[in-house]
Design a protein around this ligand. Structure first.
Ligand code: CP
Length: 326
């Protein structure tokens, strides 16, 4: 894993999948290929002129059945910077509201000859269901409690930029692990790339048998933070909770919140991440989230555009080759 670029299979064999539904099932060299492909877009996105025509003529549909700021906008920006025609479908304004089924919606998008479909949906498995029905590449923008693969990739790219590597780092993921697709995708991605992953949550928010995902579970946050290179905080997903999972937000912050006092007890170079949106004052305090030298939160957003450009480019190479364009 020291020289991943030299270990890719040639051509399309470097990433032989039509869809990106999850990190699960991807080989380490395929993850590294996507990260390396994204590198070119990090610099490109910092230019004042940010336009490339490689996806010109392609139609990308972003079909979002759940709210989003970062993922939706960055997929839209990514597609447009690569020259594609990008159309956003918001479920709240669609015929889903009239009772149309998910499959009928998918077949409708398919009939419009989309060249790639990006989907966010509240049900785990919904993205795979659609991918099985349509003729074009499908990218998962988050499905239920299952996976959020581009979030994990952008987090890995952010860590690699900040620390120069992922292999051998200790990453702590703390918060509502039970409901988090971000945590699941990050665990799969980071362990696959050789990081040591610790997970920390109150017992009610810790998935059963999580140690089978090659992580070390903790219930005491201070203990989990000892020697950590990176701490990734997760949002309490109140919208996915039925019943009482935490005694009170105040007690949760005391035990599992990343406060200034708690961060001061860690190594001085432990870096802070959060996928957003944040519950400031609950899982993370503002004076930690906004630390210029230790918080990577805005950098994560920046890397999100680069990763989504890489994913759209790589996954549509098959479409473009069939057409004989490139
Ligand atoms: N991290 C993330 O998925 O954010 P959005 O819900 O704003 O897309």
């Amino acid at each position: 894993m020291t020289s991943p670029a030299s270990s890719y299979p040639p051509g399309s064999a470097a990433f032989p999948h039509r869809d990106l539904v999850g990190i699960g099932g991807l080989a380490p060299h395929e993850l590294l290929f996507l990260l390396d492909e994204a590198e070119q877009w990090v610099g490109f996105n910092r230019l004042s002129q940010k336009h490339d025509d490689r996806l010109a003529g392609l139609t990308i549909i972003n079909a979002f059945f759940e709210n989003s700021t970062r993922t939706l906008l960055s997929f839209e920006i990514a597609g447009k910077r690569l020259g594609a025609d990008v159309v956003n479908m918001h479920a709240g304004q669609s015929s889903i509201k009239k009772g149309e089924t998910l499959i009928d919606t998918a077949m409708t998008l398919n009939a419009m000859h989309a060249d790639a479909i990006v989907i966010r949906h509240g049900s785990s498995g919904a993205v795979q269901l659609i991918a099985d029905k349509v003729d074009c590449p499908v990218l998962n923008a988050g499905d239920g409690q299952h996976e959020h693969p581009t979030q994990a990739l952008l987090d890995a790219l952010t860590i690699r930029h900040a620390r120069g590597r992922i292999y051998g780092l200790t990453v702590v993921i703390c918060g509502d692990l039970l409901h988090s697709r971000v945590a699941r995708s990050n665990i799969l991605c980071l362990t696959s790339l050789g990081a040591r992953v610790r997970v920390c949550a109150p017992p009610a928010l810790m998935p059963a048998a999580i140690e089978q995902m090659k992580v070390e579970p903790f219930h005491q946050f201070d203990k989990a933070l000892e020697g950590a290179d990176v701490v990734m905080m997760l949002r309490l997903q109140n919208e996915r909770m039925e019943g009482q999972f935490i005694p009170s937000p105040r007690e949760y912050r005391h035990l599992y919140g990343l406060t200034e006092e708690r961060l001061a007890r860690t190594c001085p170079d432990t870096l802070v991440m959060h996928p957003g949106p944040m519950n400031r004052g609950i899982e993370i305090d503002s004076n930690v989230a906004d630390l210029v030298d230790r918080s990577l939160i805005t950098r994560q957003v920046e890397m999100g555009v680069a990763i989504r450009m890489a994913c759209l480019d790589v996954l549509t190479r098959g479409v473009r080759q069939v057409e004989g364009w490139q």
